[in-house]
Design a protein around this ligand. Structure first.
Ligand code: FBP
Length: 261
C-alpha cells in the first residue's frame, strides 16, 4: 500500500524532515556559514531536533549519516551554475541509496521546464525500483523555467501536487502558496498523497516562518521538509522545538512565540 511506505517518516500521521542538499543545489557560499558547512552539525540537529527524517545527497550520506534518523537520499541533483530551463538527472542508483541506509528516495522534477519529459521518465523508473524495494518515492516538484510565471500561485502549486500524484509519488514536496485556503486546494489535488511544504530561503522572522508552517498544516499538509529555516537559525534546536509544537501538538504560533527571539 502506497500510504504505508511513508510510515517510517511519520509520527501520528505528521512529519518534519530536515533537508541538506543545498551545497550542491546552491553552492556553499550562498547558504552556509562556519557552523552549518559541516554536515555533522546538521546530522546532529536532525537527531537532537526530533526530525522524522534527514535528506542527503549520496556523498554526504556516505560520510556523515549516523543511522539515528531515517534517511532519504536525493538521487538526482544539479548545480546553480547552468542557465536556462533546468534539468536534474540521476546521480545515485536506488540500490546504492538503499546500501547507504535510505528508507526513502528523493527526486526533483522541474515541472514546466522544457526538459520535464526527461525527469518524468527518469522518476518513473526510479519510482518503480523504489517500490520494488518497499521504499517510498518522494518527489520535489518545483515548477520552473521560461514557461512558468509565479511558482507559488495556487494553480501552479496544485498542478505540482497533482503531477506528483499522477506520476506515482508517495509524497510531494511543494512550495507554500502563502495562505491555507489556496494551499488546501493543492493538498486536495494530491488526493491523499502526503504533501510536504518546502521551506525556502530563511524567512525574515521565526514567527513568519512558523505562520507558513501552521498554514500548511491547517490546510491538511503532512508537514514540512525544511533546510535553511532550520540550520541557518542561530538557535536551530529552539526552532525545531517550535516546529514540533506546531506540527505535532497543534499549538498556534502565538503560543510558541514566547519561546522565540
Ligand atoms: P530549503 O528549506 O532550504 O528551501 O530546502 C528545501 C529544498 O527543496 C532543498 O531540498 C533544495 O536543496 C532546495 O530547497 C532547492 O532550492 P531552490 O528552490 O533554490 O531550487
Amino acid at each position: 500500500m502506497k500510504s504505508e511506505r511513508m510510515n517510517v517518516f511519520l509520527r501520528d500521521g505528521r512529519s518534519m524532515l530536515l533537508a541538506y542538499d543545498q551545497g550542491l543545489e546552491h553552492g556553499p557560499s550562498t547558504d552556509f556559514n562556519d557552523k552549518n558547512i559541516d554536515p555533522s552539525f546538521v546530522m546532529d540537529l536532525a537527531v537532537k531536533g526530533g526530525f522524522n527524517g534527514v535528506i542527503f545527497q549520496k556523498g554526504v550520506a556516505e560520510r556523515f549519516y549516523d543511522g539515528k534518523v531515517p534517511l532519504i537520499v536525493k538521487v538526482n541533483g544539479k548545480s546553480a551554475l547552468v542557465k536556462g530551463d533546468p534539468v536534474s538527472k540521476q546521480v545515485c542508483s536506488v540500490e546504492y541509496a538503499v546500501s547507504l541506509g535510505a528508507k526513502g528516495i528523493g527526486y526533483t522534477i522541474y515541472l514546466g521546464s522544457e526538459h520535464e519529459a526527461e525527469m518524468f521518465r527518469e522518476f518513473g523508473r526510479i519510482q518503480e525500483e523504489a517500490h520494488e524495494k518497499g521504499l517510498p518515492a518522494i518527489a520535489w516538484v518545483y515548477p520552473r523555467g521560461a514557461a512558468v510565471g509565479n511558482d507559488t500561485a495556487k494553480e501552479i502549486v496544485s498542478y505540482a501536487a497533482r503531477a506528483a500524484l499522477e506520476l506515482g509519488a508517495d509524497a510531494a514536496k511543494i512550495k507554500y502558496t502563502g495562505d491555507p485556503g489556496s494551499f488546501s486546494w493543492a493538498v486536495k489535488a494530491g488526493a491523499g498523497m502526503k504533501v510536504f511544504m518546502s521551506g525556502g530561503p530563511k524567512a525574515p522572522t521565526d514567527e513568519a516562518f512558523l505562520s507558513q508552517v501552521q498554514g500548511a498544516v491547517d490546510a491538511g499538509a503532512t508537514g514540512l521538509a525544511v533546510g535553511r529555516n532550520a540550520w541557518q537559525n542561530s538557535e536551530p534546536l529552539r526552532m525545531a522545538e517550535s516546529l514540533r509544537k506546531v506540527i505535532f501538538e497543534g499549538k498556534r504560533v502565538e503560543q510558541v512565540a514566547s519561546g522565540l527571539r
